[in-house]
Write a protein that binds this ligand. Structure first.
Ligand SMILES: [Zn+2]
Ligand SMILES: [Zn+2]
Length: 338
């Protein structure tokens, strides 16, 4: 029987184990993807550390998967072997629950999560429901596409649904894994783009990514600086510090929205600022497979790419630790395949 190599975790907080397994066959409604690259994301700690209840182990993490369909199960119209595809965090939806019927596929009651409720992309092959699959354009190499399926998707989809229009002042708080993509998307979407981060040394990077204004939140009051520019229509908060979020929300324009995609524990909001200026604070989930497909197409067309550190599958532990250390510039990607 043909086998494949995967990196699995056998128990919460257990180490990665490189094991050989039989290559699985796709069931009804599913496709098999020959994986070429898989990004390592902070959310993979959900599987690595057992942060969600009821995760079946052993489990293969990985939800930034780029590869090629090599087998298709019964009842999968529209997908065929040879298509280049990606699979993100949203691991598919049922299509018939109340949320799905109202178009809120991301909130599906029977929704699956790639690398959590089924095996993900830290391996040579994986099975994915057809509803989780996005087409990957020919211009993108798998290692380029992989991080766009989570960090890229999250920032792109949040910004395009933010209500901001071309020319509006849009600030991106944080210049890390999410933020360095958020600044690029904001600039390519035609927003007057402001990068906000800690320290003068980040300014050249912010400008290189497309920010026309940079605010050093250590040396300047970011709210006051944004108000000097007329106030931000949208602040995309990509950081995980509630304190940093609280410090910028005073810079929202009238009708402005603070769009939260960074998983901070809590933040302070001024109700007076909200009600006097009709301002809002809103969260954004990442997106479903069609949003991933749009993200990849937009990125291929406009040249948006993440900065990546690339590791082979055998060095998965080192690669994972590198990502968790927060020192990576900016995304960590496994290159897979012999
Ligand atoms: Zn992720
Ligand atoms: Zn559903």
């Amino acid at each position: 029987m043909a086998t494949m190599r995967v990196a699995q975790v056998s128990r919460p907080n257990g180490p990665f184990e490189l094991v050989e397994r039989p290559i699985p066959e796709p069931g009804a409604g599913s496709v098999r993807v020959k994986v070429e690259a898989c990004g390592i994301c902070h959310s993979d700690s959900v599987t690595k550390d057992g942060l969600f209840p009821g995760i079946p182990y052993p489990r293969v993490p990985g939800h930034e998967v780029a590869g090629t369909i090599d087998a298709v199960g019964p009842g999968v119209p529209g997908w065929e072997p040879g298509q280049r595809v990606g699979v993100g965090w949203n691991g598919g939806y049922c299509g018939y629950c109340g949320y799905c019927r109202r178009g809120a596929f991301f909130a599906c009651e029977r929704g699956q999560t790639t690398g959590v409720t089924y095996d993900g992309g830290y391996g040579e092959y994986m099975i994915a429901p057809a509803s989780a699959v996005a087409l990957m354009p020919a211009e993108l190499r798998p290692v380029e596409a992989a991080p766009l399926l989570c960090a890229g998707l999250t920032t792109y989809n949040a910004l395009r649904n933010s209500g901001a229009r071309p020319g509006d002042l849009v600030a991106v708080l944080g210049l890390g894994g999410l933020g360095h993509l958020g600044v690029q998307y904001a600039a390519k979407m035609g927003f007057h783009t402001v990068g906000i981060a800690r320290g003068k040394d980040k300014e050249p990077l912010a400008r290189q990514l497309g920010a026309s204004v940079y605010i050093d939140s250590q040396a300047q009051d970011p709210s006051a600086e944004l108000l000097k520019l007329g106030g931000a229509s949208v602040i995309l908060a990509t950081v995980t510090s509630g304190e940093a979020m609280s410090a910028v929300q005073g810079g929202l324009a009238v009708n402005g929205t603070m769009l939260v995609v960074g998983a901070a524990e809590s933040m302070q909001v001024s109700p007076i600022a909200l009600l006097t200026g009709c301002r809002s604070v809103k969260g954004w989930y990442s997106g479903t497979s069609i949003d991933s497909q749009d993200t990849l197409a937009f990125s291929a067309r406009t040249g948006v790419r993440s900065m990546n550190e690339i590791f082979p599958l055998e060095r998965v532990s080192e690669a994972y630790d590198r990502m968790m250390s927060g020192m990576a510039r900016f995304r960590v990607v496994l290159s897979i395949g012999r």
